[in-house]
Ligand binder design. Sequence first.
Ligand SMILES: [Zn+2]
Ligand SMILES: [Zn+2]
Length: 441
Amino acid sequence: MQRWLKLGLVLGALNWVLGADAPVVKYSPTERLKRERLAAAHSSVVTLSQIRVALPQSKLGWGDFRCNFHAHADDSTHTGGTRPEMLVDALRVDVKAIFLSDHFRPPRDFMDSWRFVTNGVLFVPGSEARGFLVHPMTSVFGQMELPAAELVSAVTADDGLAFLSHIEERPEHSMAGLTGMEIYNRHYDAKRDLPGLLHLALRLTDLREVAELEELIRLYPDEMLAAQVRYADTYLDKWDLETKTRRLVGVGANDCHHNQVMIVKVVDENTVLVGTIVDRDEQMRSVSADFRPSIRRLTKDRKPGELAVRLDFDPYLRALRCVCTHVFAPELTESALRRAVKAGRVYVSHDWMADPTGFVFEVNGGFMGDELKWKSGQTLHAQLPIPGLIRVLCGGREVARALGTEIVHLAAEAGAYRVEAWLEIGGEWRPWIYSNPIYLR
Ligand SMILES: [Zn+2]
Ligand SMILES: [Zn+2]
């Protein structure tokens, strides 16, 4: 198909959404796992990649580095992946930096981890501890038990970074002293999809269903993993509220562990255990042939303890593309990235949908993350490498929207302005990019 024709089709879909009476299509995670929905999503992704335009380099001379925050490897019994495995997969998906979030396990000091650039990928040590993601400059091992405010101040000394994590567990938490917060967390989407998990567990106990799932993972790996991804309303509500009075950098939490490797283990000819590779037997769900007669076909000719099924949903390769944090920095060094993150020159995106590189959000004399004095005549500008639905929000309230690759908006009032971009994927609009705010005070 010719490029202009494809662009025409995409713009046609965009126009459809503008119609006042047009139904808003929204599929549940389970609906998205149907073969026809996965195929439709995949076909949208292919089309979007073909109509992508190369945008001019940022006038500011910064590179756009694809990074990942909240990443786990070699750090707990419930983590299935290792750092070397993460490095290899980061190279395959062009991830330039990984901010590690080891679960805090004394006597191990999480700062004694990978802290270097290797093969063009930067690793920054850190921890997920006490509801925060922390990346201090030097060890804070002796301060980990201090009251929260003192710990945050120890972590954020110099160019240290501290973010509030898993907002759904602590929506009222104070933001005092913190660098920022997660504005999306992949694990939260898994936690709130209990029906999807039960549905999947049931499918794993039927050989025909397993064969179908195997094929779908092979054909549509990213679409399968992203089926649970939703708009991060709980997180964004808090961010919009808190940024009314303070600067807070929003990052995307990958929360990858490479532990969503689903297994079915034989107990006897009438019983199996369903769970993941990191579960102990007693943590797995026991399913009997009285309830699912199809189990007898799974256990046939297999010994107790043997694996009848093994399906890998979240290798780092896929998890790292499911949600990314892009950072604008002059060079790929730990100090340049830390400073750029602190400055809020950051946006979050679901890169499996389309490569967002080229996205920019700026204002006369300022860039994403900047805090400027509000005056009349300030014009906000955002651009995308692919046409989509662009929303401008001020204090969480939508003040403008446009379809296309660009939006220009005259800031009529003071406030924290941020931009979202949505793409039409398989017949529904799905969130793609979340910018950091430009603060006009
Ligand atoms: Zn964990
Ligand atoms: Zn985590």
